[in-house]
Each structure stands twice: as C-alpha cells, then as structure tokens.
Design a protein around this ligand. Sequence first.
Ligand code: FAD
Length: 282
Amino acid sequence: MNGFTYHEPTTWPAAQDLIAREPDATMLAGGTAFTLLLRQGLIRPTTVVSLRRISGANRILADSHGGLWIGAMATHSTVVRSPEVRRNWPEFADAAATVATLRIRNQATIGGSVAHADPASDVPVMLAALDAQVIVRKPNAAPRVPIDQLFIDTFTTSLAPGEFIESIQIAGRGPNTRAVYLKYTPRSVDDYATVSVAARAEVEEGRLRAPRIFLGAVGGRPMRAMSVEAALGDGTEARAFADAAALVRSDIDPIDDVRGSAEYKREMARVFVERALRTLVA
Ligand SMILES: Cc1cc2nc3c(=O)[nH]c(=O)nc-3n(C[C@H](O)[C@H](O)[C@H](O)COP(=O)(O)OP(=O)(O)OC[C@H]3O[C@@H](n4cnc5c(N)ncnc54)[C@H](O)[C@@H]3O)c2cc1C
C-alpha cells in the first residue's frame, strides 16, 4: 500500500480550496468502498481529502414543498431513521434499508454510493426514479446535475477531477404520487441485488400516469425502462402491465455473473417490473 497526504477540512469552502489546489485528490467519505479499492491496489491516491469532519455535511432537511435536501455525508442509516425522509419520501428510506448490513449502513454515505457508481447499488436506482438532482461542487460553481446524467458506466460518473458531490435534492411529491423499490436477493438478504426495480408514478383510480422506472444490476448504470414507460403511456390500467413489463428485456444489458445468468436476470427484470407496477396501484 502506498503512502498519501491526508486532509480533513471542516467546511465545504475549505474542501473546495484543497481540491482546487490538488484536483487529483481522492475523496474519502464512509470508506467502505475506498478501503476495498485501496487494498486491492485499484486506486493509488497521493492525496486524500476526507469529508467526514465537514460541519453539517451529513444533515437531512425538508423544504416547504415536501422535498428533501440530503447532505452527501448522510449515511444510509441516517436516511432510514430520518423523520424528514419518513414523512416526505418513506420509499427512499425503504430503499436505503435494503443495503447490506446495519454495520455497512451505519458507515456508507449516500454521496459515496452515488459517486462510486456501482450499478448494483440500491440508492442510486431509487434516486434516479425520483428524479433527484445532485449538487456538485466545482471551482466557482455549484451546478445541479440530474442524477440520471451523472451515471456514465460501471464505477464511472460525469464528475471531472476537482469536482465532488455536496448534496442531493429530491423534489416534493404530488398528492397522488406513489413510489416503490423492489430488490431481488435470492442468495441472502444482505447481498447486492440480482435485479432491482425503482418505480414512481401518479396513480388515480387504479390508473398509472407519468411512470418513471429504473433498474439496477442489469447494465453499467441505473437502466431506464424506456420501452416499458412508453408502452404504459398515460392512464394505463393494471391489465396492460404484463405486456408492458415484458418490454423491459430490450431496455437492459445484464451480464452473466455469480448472481445469475444474463437470461435469468432478464426474466427476473420482467417479473419484478410487473410486480412494481402492481404495487404502485395496489
Ligand atoms: C460488504 C459490503 C456490502 C455492500 N452491500 C451493498 C448493498 O447491498 N447495496 C448497496 O447499494 N451498496 C452496498 N455496498 C456498497 C456501499 O453502499 C458503498 O461502498 C458505499 O455506499 C460507498 O459509500 P462510502 O461513504 O463508504 O464511500 P467511500 O468508500 O468513502 O467512497 C466511495 C467512492 O466515492 C468517492 N466519493 C465519496 N464521497 C464522495 C463525494 N461526496 N463526492 C465525490 N466523490 C466521493 C470516493 O473517492 C470513492 O471513490 C456494500 C459494501 C460493502 C463493503
């Protein structure tokens, strides 16, 4: 293992200054992925900037429109327990609760999960279905990036050197908005997903409008089920769900691995998309 210079700024501007001076610095959040990458020699940082002492970086706030502001350093456990999340988007808390074990959830942060961009991760898929915006810190700017545009491929985001995630925002829901996250883990409950589905829609009198559906673990990034969304159109009844869900096969690009063959994952994607749609209108 190589040595590195270690910094622990206590404010976002101080972190920003450090990173502006050293754009190749590696961020450290909860360290659950960072430590593995370091041990396996997959990263060899010369400078590490830990975000764990930044004041307020783990805070979760609710806005007056029912939205949420989630500091990048909020852990999965903080999300699960947050009264603000439970009140405004309980489905997001449910998704965070499916991650690994309590020990990992106590340490792993939401910002770290998004930045790590593992396509099998849970929270990024749910955030994509909720149309979350990522507040990115870069020199002299703090743009909001739609989360779907942040994910490029496996372990790859659109963040450039010198840019990092400060927070994530989720807009408030309408009175008829429903959402669900389903994670299929046939090997053990604390495993990564074999397939996961996050879905959100407006539901009135048993009909779905404006569905937004993303899947995890079946491609290099959270995969949007565009064909399913298009087939559902506006105002679809439950009897059309099975035919629409079958179209997901062409929206995803799974690989054979220890969690199943690509064909098995395609079939489970179909099953879980239909199940998610039925859950939305139940
Ligand atoms: C045993 C085990 C089981 C797991 N099971 C699951 C699971 O079931 N589901 C699931 O979703 N995940 C699972 N994970 C993954 C875990 O959720 C991620 O490792 C974690 O979310 C990363 O967050 P962290 O705070 O630990 O980030 P770190 O490990 O500190 O950082 C991860 C990466 O993101 C970068 N980074 C961190 N924060 C920022 C930031 N604010 N801005 C820019 N870059 C940043 C770091 O430089 C690093 O490259 C598991 C991990 C382990 C070790």
